[in-house]
Structures are given as structure tokens and as C-alpha cells.
Write a protein that binds this ligand. Structure first.
Ligand code: HEC
Ligand code: HEC
Ligand code: HEC
Length: 477
């Protein structure tokens, strides 16, 4: 399993050209920093509103340890089992396992390769093993990593580790997470090394990235808002790091603060616009539908959670208390709506197929999406596309009024066909088989195009070449 962020930024080409000239390494690094500084200066001086979460460091940092944690769903009891239990809950809210567990038999021992435009970053071992994990780390080391993105030896950590969000988490909550991590079985395992292209293997360069894309400081509650709003903001902006996937990035791979939650591409998946915009976002969803989606992964007539979001639900949000989920929804409702220019909400497309004889067709000629749909998909989703038992979590969902089928790109649909859906929650074991090994790129494209035309947004089409680009890359050794 590999996670990745969006496309290579423009400086990549610049860097590669420079490399071909084989300039002295230190000179190139210096040149790159100047270049990054130059462009970043330009970006920083472009006129834009400064949202509240970008308060200058001094102001935002004022609270720190003196700040009481926002109202908690689970009782705060210092020390002992309750601290560990709270830490376990918060570690789930922060979804630490999603990145730090590559092999389920080695939980939290790292080793997951994360594809970034700069190369591959492999997650470290955060079990209490003294030699290969963080067993020898002091609490202060741990807090510094989480709050400042600085490792035990003083090295800069890469922002593939979401410290840009974790910096908002209170010291108290992080120490609870540490207490929980301390109770894990130490696993002696050294993950493979990163393979980053020069100059991105120069950790000190992250100082420049931080300068423009990172504001160190704890969450500052807004006294004008309710306790629930503040709790939601604290979770979403902090541990739950929803923006890592749902907010588009600037050329430096920092989060674009002018378009928060308006959707971005993550590992070849579209993490949709979740602002309250009624057409492009989730403004039409009811609160209970958003809560159902986050706790079960299914919101009938709206969406199902597959790919990276399926993992978020399975590893993280399904465990959140109702109070916390409601708080998240209250906060999301309050972020500025962003329109993506769509004509209709994603979940409002499609009609049942009504002509089964057309599907049966005559002799199979070439690649026929309708026939492939009947052969591969209709047993579960029905030839009408209406699914079976469609409204319960774990049912075979309707493809009509489904955000993936109605989205303005067919990429997620192609991903679902290639990789299937596998999501285990306390509500259901959800399984749709992956078709990547059975179907050719042309067949996947034909099915996807039939499904969007018949059950979804007919303007969304995909080519065999695009499907090929969504298949997992063969890794250079
Ligand atoms: C989106 C993926 C992701 C998530 C989620 C994540 N981490 Fe990490 N973490 C990383 C990566 C990648 C690194 C290594 C960064 C580097 O090498 O510069 C890292 C590094 C660390 C380090 C430094 C370890 C070392 O040896 O330097 C600690 C501590 C850590 N993470 C703790 C956590 C905790 C606790 C959570 C949950 C609250 C968490 N991480 C969630 C990706 C993630
Ligand atoms: C690892 C990346 C990732 C993270 C983190 C993430 N999401 Fe998502 N999210 C996605 C992707 C990808 C989809 C589309 C899933 C699909 O097509 O099945 C999605 C879909 C959604 C949807 C459904 C939108 C629709 O119209 O179908 C909602 C709501 C949502 N996410 C909310 C959240 C919230 C709230 C958080 C933080 C608690 C969050 N997400 C964190 C990647 C992510
Ligand atoms: C064995 C039964 C089965 C088959 C066969 C099957 N599916 Fe699914 N499908 C499911 C299940 C189960 C889900 C997930 C339901 C959930 O998320 O709660 C699903 C989900 C989906 C989704 C929604 C994904 C999302 O992120 O919203 C789409 C689209 C889809 N299937 C299309 C197809 C297509 C196209 C085919 C044929 C290539 C197919 N399915 C074959 C069972 C099946």
C-alpha cells in the first residue's frame, strides 16, 4: 500500500535540469534554496486574506501548556489506565496507525512507503523499541517532533508527517498518546531507507519549507464560537488532519490556505470538496448523513467511502464518539463554501437502467461497457444499478445518487473498479472485489464510461491510458 500526494511541482524540472549540469552539490542546494525563497517570497506577497488559523506564531503560541484542552468526549483523568485509554482514543483520532503500520503483524513499526513528488519517504518505527523505535525518546523529544517536526537528533522531519496539523494538539493530549505508545509491544524493526532525489534528501532544506508553509503553535479556541465548534475545529485542524487530503496544495506542496477543504488529489483519488457549498461541497448533506458516513463509511443516496477515505473511516473516524463526530460536522459546516463550478451535486446524478435487452446485446463486438457491466457488476449492483439492500451499511449500494459515480472526474470510479472496496468497521465487513487483475485498462475504462453515462455524470469519462496511470507504479529499485 502506498500513499502519495499530488503532482510534481514546477521546481522539479528546474532541479532536474540543474542536476544534468552536474554542478557541485552544495552549490546546487544553495541555488535551490534561493530559488525556493524567491518563489516563496512571491507567493507570500500575493494578495490573499489571512485566515484565523494563520495567526502569527507569537499570538498562536501564547496558550501552549497553560491552555486547557477543549472539552473532551472521554473523561480526563491524569495518569494510569485512563490516560492510556485516552491516548489510544486520540491515537485513533490522529490515525497514527494508517501511516506507521505497513504490515498488520508489526503494528506501529513503520515501513510504509509514502510517494511524494520529491521521492519516497518511509515511515519510521514508533513502537517503544529502544534501538529501532522511539523507546529512548524523552517526552520532550516526542513533543518536539509532534509540535515542531524536529527529530531526536535535531534533524528536520519531512511534512509527509502531518506535524503542520499536529502542532495544534495540546501537550496534554500528546502526552496521553505517548503514554499509550509506551504500552505497545516493542518491535525490533528498521524500516528501509528513504529514496529522495537530491536536493530533497537534504533535511535542512525543510527549514525553508517551514518558513512558508508551517506555523508552529497550539490550537487557540475562539471564544465567540460554541464549545462544540471549538472541539470540532481542534480535531479537524489538529489530530484528524482532514486537510492533508481535502485541501489543495501550492507549488511547494504546502496547504493552500485560500481554498481550504475544497478538494485535492491524493494518491490518484479525488478527496472531494467537503466545504458547505451546496453544489460542489457537502452543503446538501444532513448532519446525520455526514455522521453516518464518518462512522460507517456509507451514507445512502450520497456516498460510500473507498480508497484512502475507506481507510480513514476504518482506522480512525469509526472510533470517534458521537459527540466528537457531531463537533466535526458543526465545524465543517462553518468553513467558507468553495464552488468548483459544477452544475449539480455529485450525489444527484443518474437514473436506473430500464432496458435490459439493450444490455444483453447481440454478439460481443470489441469492448462493450454495458455487457462487461452485466457480466462483472450486476450480480451485486443489479443491472438497473440500484444495488441490493441498498440502504444498510454493508449492502451492495446503488450506483445512482452516489458521489463517486456522479463526480466530475471518473478517476475514483476507475480506482474502485481496479482496487475494489475493503472496509472493516464495527457495523459491517464491506467487500467489493478488485478487478484490476481480471480486466484490461480498456475494459475498466469501458465499464466506467458505461456507469457514468447510465448511472452518473455522463460528462465524466476516462480513457484506457488514464486507467493505466492509476494502476500502482512499478517501483524503480
Ligand atoms: C500521513 C502519514 C502519517 C501519519 C498519519 C502519522 N505519521 Fe508519524 N511520521 C510520518 C512520516 C512519513 C514520518 C517520517 C518523516 C521523516 O522521515 O522526516 C513520521 C515521523 C514520526 C515521528 C518521528 C520518528 C522518528 O524516528 O524520527 C514520530 C514520533 C511520529 N511520526 C509519531 C506519529 C504519531 C504519534 C502519529 C499519530 C498522532 C503519527 N505519527 C501519524 C507519517 C505519518
Ligand atoms: C488520506 C486522505 C483523506 C483524509 C485524511 C480524509 N479524507 Fe475524506 N475523502 C478522501 C477521499 C479520497 C474521498 C473520496 C472517497 C471515495 O470516492 O470513495 C473522501 C471523501 C470524503 C467525504 C465524502 C464526500 C463525497 O461527496 O463523497 C467526506 C464527507 C469526507 N471525506 C470527510 C472527511 C473528514 C471530515 C476528514 C477528517 C476527519 C477526512 N475526510 C479525512 C480522502 C481523505
Ligand atoms: C461482490 C459484490 C460486488 C461486485 C461484483 C461489484 N461491487 Fe461495487 N460495491 C460492492 C460493495 C460491497 C461496495 C461498497 C459498499 C459500501 O461502501 O458500503 C461497492 C461499492 C461500489 C461503488 C461505490 C464506491 C464509492 O466510493 O462510493 C461503485 C462505484 C461500485 N461499487 C461499482 C462497481 C462496478 C463498476 C463493478 C463491476 C466492475 C462492481 N462495483 C462490482 C459490491 C460489489
Amino acid at each position: 500500500m502506498t500513499k502519495s500526494t499530488s503532482r510534481a511541482p514546477p521546481e522539479d524540472a528546474h532541479v532536474q535540469r540543474a542536476r544534468r549540469r552536474r554542478v557541485n552539490g552544495a552549490m546546487l542546494a544553495a541555488a535551490f534554496s534561493l530559488f525556493a525563497l524567491g518563489v516563496a517570497w512571491h507567493e507570500a506577497h500575493a494578495p490573499k486574506a489571512r485566515p484565523a488559523d494563520e495567526l502569527p506564531i507569537m499570538q498562536a503560541r501564547a496558550d501552549d501548556a497553560s491552555q486547557p484542552a477543549p472539552a473532551l468526549a472521554t473523561p480526563v483523568v491524569s495518569g494510569g489506565i485512563d490516560l492510556v485509554k485516552r491516548g489510544a482514543y486520540l491515537a485513533r483520532a490522529g490515525d497514527c496507525a494508517a501511516c506507521h503500520t505497513a504490515d498488520p503483524s508489526r503494528p506501529f513499526a513503520g515501513g510504509l512507503p509514502i510517494d511524494t513528488p520529491f521521492g519516497i519517504i518511509v515511515t519510521p518505527n514508533i513502537t517503544p523499541d529502544p534501538d529501532t523505535g522511539i523507546g529512548r525518546w524523552s517526552d520532550a523529544d516526542f513533543l518536539r517532533a509532534m509540535h515542531e517536526g524536529i527529530g531526536k537528533g535535531g534533524e528536520r522531519l519531512y511534512p509527509a508527517f502531518p506535524y503542520a496539523e499536529y502542532t495544534r494538539v495540546t501537550e496534554q493530549d500528546l502526552l496521553a498518546i505517548r503514554a499509550y505508545l509506551n504500552t505497545l509491544t516493542p518491535i525490533h524493526f528498521t524500516p528501509p531507507a528513504n529514496s529522495l532525489k537530491f536536493p530533497f534528501n537534504q533535511r535542512w532544506l525543510m527549514a525553508f519549507w517551514n518558513l512558508f508553509n508551517f506555523t508552529e503553535g497550539r490550537f487557540v479556541p475562539d471564544p465567540k464560537q460554541s464549545a462544540e465548534w471549538n472541539r470540532g475545529a481542534y480535531l479537524v485542524q489538529g489530530l484528524a488532519h482532514c486537510e492533508e487530503c481535502h485541501t489543495p496544495r501550492n507549488f511547494m506542496q504546502g496547504l493552500k490556505s485560500s481554498a481550504r477543504f475544497s478538494g485535492a488529489v491524493q494518491a490518484g483519488w479525488h478527496a472531494f470538496n467537503i466545504t458547505p457549498d451546496k453544489i460542489s461541497g457537502v452543503g446538501e448533506w444532513r448532519d446525520d448523513e455526514l455522521i453516518a458516513y464518518l462512522s460507517t463509511g456509507a451514507a445512502p443516496d450520497r456516498a460510500n467511502a473507498a480508497g484512502p477515505m475507506g481507510e480513514v473511516v476504518a482506522d480512525s473516524t469509526q472510533y470517534l464518539s458521537r459527540v466528537d463526530l457531531r463537533s466535526i460536522v458543526i465545524y465543517l459546516r462553518s468553513v467558507p463554501p468553495v464552488s468548483g463550478g459544477e452544475a449539480r451535486p455529485r450525489h444527484q446524478w443518474g437514473n436506473p437502467a430500464d432496458d435490459v435487452s439493450a444490455l444483453r446485446g447481440a454478439a460481443i463486438k470489441g469492448v462493450n461497457g454495458a455487457q462487461l457491466f452485466v457480466a462483472n457488476c450486476a450480480s451485486c449492483h443489479s443491472w438497473t444499478g440500484q444495488g441490493v439492500g441498498a440502504s444498510a451499511p454493508g449492502a451492495y449500494p446503488s450506483l445512482i445518487h452516489n458521489s463517486t459515480v456522479g463526480a466530475s472526474s471518473a478517476d475514483n470510479l476507475a480506482q474502485v473498479i481496479l482496487h475494489g472496496v475493503r472496509r472493516t468497521t464495527k457495523h459491517a465487513d464491506v467487500l467489493m472485489p478488485a478487478f484490476g487483475n481480471q480486466l484490461t485498462d480498456a475494459q475498466v475504462a469501458a465499464i466506467a464510461n458505461y456507469v457514468t453515462r447510465q448511472f452518473g455524470n455522463p460528462q465524466s469519462t476516462v480513457t484506457a491510458e488514464q486507467v493505466a496511470s492509476l494502476r500502482p507504479p512499478s517501483r524503480p529499485q
